[in-house]
Design a protein around this ligand. Structure first.
Ligand code: ADP
Length: 399
């Protein structure tokens, strides 16, 4: 082989080696690029997934019901609140609004968005088996970047609780007006009778002044009770919490009621054992017990017995109860006696000068203590009102 041939062969080998090396490099670069692209795509997909999960979680945490409809009229996403309002399982993707909500008015709202850009503050009533719900709907047509119609978003705000509170407020105002008007009318007519000549007769004057005095007192009681309830509602009643031995508290409240009890021939019994201590504001607890004892004497049996009992409960709680042996409370009234102005026996309550607020005050004061109230009654055998409070910690002077 000549020197030239050897040179050419070497050059050929070198070229092949360089070409092979270049190919390897190219392949490695391509593989790296493919790998990088795959990694980038996986990362992007993970980001999108996290974003979608975050949006879904955010949607699901919203109190408002939300339904997003696509251009075809099928649901893209619906949140948990929307599912709860219309009783379907979200996200309900690909179902029509009518299929998911089973409510023609909602489907009609989506159709309206073909003609109008938005429908605001639309009121919707859903008549359910258990209750009627009131919703406020805001619906907005969605558009894509080129201005084409791209579905809609519906936001449902549940107004049911608000409506219920409004109804309670209206009923309360009507009740207060009625309660104020009755004694006022009696005071006015007594005063008119006196002015029209009744004052010339000593007996008539005495009788009508008594009426005026009685109903003025009733008005004062009513206004005091209303003011106290308003303060309790707004949390403006400060409690001076301290360990209160229940036997002593029961005795103080019974002593306060001794005169009225004697007048009705009612026997008062303190059956609270020593050593049961509550964490309470002593003055407020006295008021609560006074209201319950007063009711037990008023609505109990003349010549009957009113007994206070108490005991320690599990979980650092204590209980005190007021029991009478009167006619008791009809079963259907048991759940309502703590409502403002509710009277199981209207005639008896008015005759006794009750404001209809005594038990509402008991409930509010006890709840302000973090406690609970309940009542048990077997008609014909009396009623027993129970109060549960936190047990008092520390060394109270246990009587
Ligand atoms: P009132 O001023 O009418 O006594 P309350 O709120 O204290 O108002 O009581 C509400 C109603 O609950 C009373 O009107 C009465 O009908 C009923 N009630 C309360 N305590 C008793 C009881 N111990 N026995 C029977 N009925 C009771």
């Amino acid at each position: 082989m000549t020197a030239l041939e050897i040179l050419l062969l070497l050059a050929l080998v070198a070229t092949i080696t360089v070409a092979w090396w270049l190919r390897l490099q190219l392949q490695a670069t391509r593989e790296r690029q493919v790998r990088e692209l795959a990694e980038q795509r996986a990362q992007r997909e993970a980001e999108l997934r996290t974003q979608a999960e975050r949006t879904a979680a955010l949607f699901d945490r919203m109190v408002e019901g939300i339904i997003v409809v696509g251009a075809t009229g099928r649901i893209r996403i619906a949140n948990r609140a929307a599912g709860a309002l219309f009783n379907f399982i979200p996200p309900a993707a690909d179902r029509t609004v009518l299929e998911a909500t089973r409510h023609h008015e909602v489907a009609a709202l989506v159709s309206r968005l073909d003609r109008e850009p938005e429908v605001l503050d639309h009121e919707l009533r859903i008549d359910g088996l258990a209750e009627t719900r009131h919703l406020e709907v805001n619906a907005l047509a969605l558009r894509s970047a080129d201005g084409a119609r791209d579905g809609a978003i519906l936001v449902f705000h549940d107004l049911t609780r608000l409506r219920q509170l409004e109804a309670v407020r209206q009923e309360f105002v009507a009740n207060v007006s009625h309660e104020l008007r009755t004694p006022l009318a009696l005071i006015k007519s007594a005063a008119e009778t006196l002015i029209d000549g009744g004052k010339n007769d000593v007996t008539i004057t005495a009788r009508f002044l008594e009426i005026i005095d009685k109903h003025a007192n009733r008005l004062t009681l009513l206004i005091d009770d209303l003011l106290l309830l308003a303060r309790l509602d707004s949390g403006r009643v400060e409690l001076n919490l301290q360990p209160v031995p229940l036997r002593a508290a029961a005795q103080d409240a019974l002593d306060d009621a001794a005169l009225i009890a004697r007048a009705r021939g009612v026997r008062l019994a303190n059956e609270v054992p020593p050593g049961v201590v509550a964490e309470a504001d002593p003055d407020r607890l006295r008021q609560v017990l006074a209201n319950l004892i007063d009711n037990a004497i008023k609505y109990g049996r003349p010549d009957g017995t009113v007994a206070l009992r108490g005991r320690a409960l599990a979980g650092a709680r204590v209980e005190i109860s007021v029991r009478d042996d009167g006619p008791g409370i009809p079963t259907e009234a048991l759940v309502r006696v703590f409502e403002r102005f509710y009277r199981a026996d209207k005639a008896r309550s008015r005759e006794q000068g009750g404001t209809g607020l005594g038990l509402a005050i008991v409930k509010n004061v006890v709840q302000a203590h973090g406690g609970e109230v309940r009542v048990e009654s077997t008609p014909g055998e009396g009623a027993e009102f129970f109060i549960t409070l936190r047990a008092g910690i520390g060394s109270a002077n246990q009587r």
